[in-house]
Design a protein around this ligand. Sequence first.
Ligand SMILES: Nc1ncnc2c1ncn2[C@@H]1O[C@H](COP(=O)(O)OP(=O)(O)O)[C@@H](O)[C@H]1O
Ligand SMILES: [Mg+2]
Length: 341
Amino acid sequence: MKIVVYLGTGGVGKTSLAAATALAQARQGRRCLVLTTDPAHRLRTALGLGADALEQRVTLDPPAPAELWGAMLDVRSTLDDAVRMYGKPAGIDKVLAHPIYATIASSLAGMSELMAVERIDQLIRRGFDNIVVDTALSRHALEFLDKPMFFAGLSDLNWVKLIGRTYRFAAATPFGFFSRGSFELYSRVEALLGARLVTQVLEFYSLFVSIAEGYSERARQTVALLKNPDVTEFRIVSTPQKAVSDTSYFLAQLGARGFPVDAVCVNRVWTEAAGPERASGLEGELLDWYEAVRESQEREIRLLKNTLGGAGKKIIPVPELEVDVGGIESLERIAASARLD
Ligand SMILES: Nc1ncnc2c1ncn2[C@@H]1O[C@H](COP(=O)(O)OP(=O)(O)O)[C@@H](O)[C@H]1O
Ligand SMILES: [Mg+2]
């Protein structure tokens, strides 16, 4: 099983390249799925999926020897599945029906980043050969890697464990419960959950704590797989104008967290203009301008090579198409002109 994770700033082509990668892998006979964490769901356009599809198999013509799937990260259904799979049987319905549950599922700060690794874990268990992850830029570039580890660290803390264990007992003695000391403790829970400190939150947490602990355990395992270079490749996506600065930024961010970067995809590279050798007038001026831009892109890619040095990272140039990337035909063109699989 292999995972490819695409990272980059907004609009550089992460979704397009992720979709083209999964397509190339399916053509190689591997059963693969591309998962987008972007709530904008541009993956639907890229793969030509149905308007409401949260997960859909893509039909290919000619058919690929293996399956190609596209999936949007749906926070609510990922969390529901985690509750059903890992909750204590007697508590599952209580959790799912709890009034706080819907609020938390939709409002807990960073929930979608927390659920990305959970969803990756669920997909690994379904036996895909390849999982391609198309990330969206959240407040910080790597929140989907940082948040789960932060959460896992929290559930190691004794005060968090205590809330889960002692709430039922404490709730029965409300006056003692809200002593100054415990109030301070519970306001830290409030900060964690981003919700008002109400009895319901604590009751919910006492039901939820085993699920949260199970989550932390799986998040640790998934993040370990993402750090394992035999399993996971991180690919930075950039454009020729910003290749060096984007790459330096993401290399530093990923390096500091111990994630291996395998390749830099320089997307939207202009190809040599096929046209008359020498044109005059406006056409000539345009061709000169095109050529000057193209050369500046080549210079940036040379600079990128120097920046990466002998670091063993691939540079994958991906040509600019004259159309938007939408639908299998355009993905086939990208996959044919760049080695992404
Ligand atoms: N190689 C390319 N050639 C032409 N258009 C591209 C190419 N790559 C991306 N695009 C276009 O750029 C826009 C942003 O691409 P997208 O993959 O959604 O970027 P991101 O996921 O990084 O935000 C889309 O309109 C897409 O069609
Ligand atoms: Mg995108």
